[in-house]
Design a protein around this ligand. Structure first.
Ligand code: BES
Ligand code: MN
Ligand code: ZN
Length: 499
């Protein structure tokens, strides 16, 4: 989608569709008042009559509104004026995005970013608008044949203008470009997540990384099984033993910052399908385990976003990727494996495989002398039980880093919530036969998984995002969400502007 910002009179805007906001109490933001005046009070009249529902995000379409130059006007409720905040603003944008994806209009003028907010400046509002509107145009139909695909292709806005009253500045333009870049990164993460396990294999992820590196000119190296054996990644390789697909270890190196600046390292879990291994999962909804590489996808998506923005920052991306299958060579419950760190692990449940591939990647991360490390993983079903599908779970060995991630989460609308990583939980990982077991029993599954990882992250500041609940949605609208690309991108934008 093409984006521009412009100033001018909304009533005079020529467009297939003009998007205006309205508060539930009948108050009109400046842009809407401007159009209402040209339309001789028609909008105020309809609002008074109660034609637009009060809830933020309710919409009403007005075809050929007299006095305007647009073919149609989409009126979007902003909710009550005294309750107008991040959530109502995003709900309004989300509703507009949905309508713009389905309209026959080809170009739109959107005025929602111009609505004043007490706590959020115009640049923030523009970044959010660009991201949410661009993301709303996302479709995944590459695997469908047939007519309904073509019909849908003909719909949806291609050109979008964000209209504001303020004078245009470089800062505002950057905000829009950031929003667009984040949406592009989310689209990549969604595509990879939505692709099925027979297409999105470890090899496919490696090829995607290589293509990205070529396009945006950053280094990509892919380690093969033999390389990993030499490095002693016995824990990671133990997960790959049951699969016919070769495992890959992807190393991406984006050098946008000063040569000597320490990199931020992102590590993404890349299980391209999780059957559970010999500790086989039940059949119901097992198809959703194609999403078990969404951590990896979010690292790739974030790399795409930051490379497109050209952030002045050094970032390393590490992706251990394999299938988790119950083949004849598969690891068995009770097997003991040796990780790259030298610590031994009793694999009590082969379905707790994410931590087994991540721990070797976290040890590998030490060689970069990182500023900090963030791993992203669809790690535990327990996280979905604890937090549902609203925030990602956050655990960290450094409270400042955790606070920074929480803040960037609420700034971006891609939130996380912290759980404790107290020492008392460590004893649940005790094993009679190795340094640790790979599971901690029934209690606090998200915390014991993070406790396991914490044994491999002592050399640096580290945070762990459990995205089991947030990476995709189930049911009728089944699909990847592209999270936490917005959170990670916002975090990196913040770091890039800090020095
Ligand atoms: N990929 C799963 C976690 C998962 C399950 C994410 C359901 C989203 C929805 C992970 O590899 C796993 O199987 N974890 C086990 C750990 C257990 C064996 C300690 C789990 O959560 O059941
Ligand atoms: Mn598993
Ligand atoms: Zn898994």
């Amino acid at each position: 989608m093409e984006f521009t910002i412009k100033t001018g009179s909304p009533a005079k805007s020529k467009a297939g569709i003009l998007v205006l906001g309205a508060f539930a109490d009948g108050v009109l933001p400046a842009a809407t008042a401007n159009v209402d005046a040209a339309a001789q009070g028609r909008i105020a009249h309809l609002l008074k009559r109660g034609d637009l529902e009060e809830k933020a995000g309710a919409t009403m379409l007005l075809p050929e509104l007299a006095g305007t130059q647009a073919e149609r006007v989409l009126l979007v409720s902003l909710g009550k004026q005294d309750e107008f905040g991040d959530k109502a603003y995003r709900d309004a944008l989300g509703a507009a995005a949905k309508a713009l994806a389905a309209t026959p209009a080809k170009d739109a003028v959107v005025t929602l970013a111009d609505v004043e907010m007490e706590k959020r400046p115009l640049a923030w509002r523009l970044q959010q608008a660009a991201r949410i509107l661009a993301d709303g145009a996302y479709r995944f139909d590459t695997l469908k044949s047939g007519k309904d695909k073509k019909d849908k292709k003909d719909r949806g806005v291609r050109k979008l203008t964000l209209q504001v009253e303020a004078e245009l500045t470089a800062e505002l333009d950057t905000a829009v470009r950031q929003g667009q870049a984040i949406a592009t990164g989310m689209a990549l993460a969604k595509d990879l997540g939505n692709l099925p396990g027979n297409i999105c294999t470890p090899t496919h992820l490696a090829e995607t990384a290589e293509a990205l590196g070529k396009q945006y000119k950053f280094d990509v190296e892919v380690l093969e099984r033999a390389d990993m054996e030499k490095l002693g990644m016995g824990s990671f390789l133990s997960v790959a033993r049951g699969s016919h697909q070769p495992p890959k270890f992807i190393v991406m190196n984006y050098k946008g910052g000063k040569a000597k600046a320490k990199p931020i390292v992102l590590v993404g879990k890349g299980i391209t399908f999780d059957t559970g291994g010999i500790s086989l999962k039940p059949a119901a909804e097992m198809d959703e385990m194609k999403y078990d590489m969404c951590g990896a996808a979010s690292v790739l998506g974030t790399f795409k976003a930051i490379a497109q923005m050209g952030l002045p920052l050094n970032v390393v991306g590490l992706i251990p990727t394999t299938e988790n299958m119950p083949g004849g060579g598969a690891t068995k419950p009770g097997d003991v494996v040796t990780s790259m760190s030298g610590q031994t692990i009793e694999v009590l449940n082969t379905d707790a495989e994410g931590r087994l591939i991540l721990c070797d990647a976290l040890t590998y991360a030490e060689r970069f002398k990182p500023e900090c490390v963030i791993d992203i993983a669809t790690l535990t079903g327990a996280c979905v039980i604890a937090l549902g599908k609203i925030p990602s779970g956050l655990l960290a060995n450094d409270d400042e880093l955790a606070a920074e991630i929480l803040r960037r989460g609420s700034d971006s609308g891609d939130r996380a919530w912290q759980l404790p990583l107290w020492d008392e939980y460590q004893e649940l990982l005790k094993s009679n036969f190795a340094d640790m077991g790979n599971i901690g029993g029934r209690y606090a599954g998200t915390i014991t998984a993070a406790c396991f990882l914490s044994r491999f992250t002592k050399a640096y500041k580290w945070a762990h995002l459990d995205i089991a609940g947030t990476a995709w949605v189930s049911g009728d609208a089944k699909g990847a969400t592209g999270r936490p690309v917005p959170l990670l991108s916002e975090f990196l934008i913040g770091r890039a502007s800090a020095d």
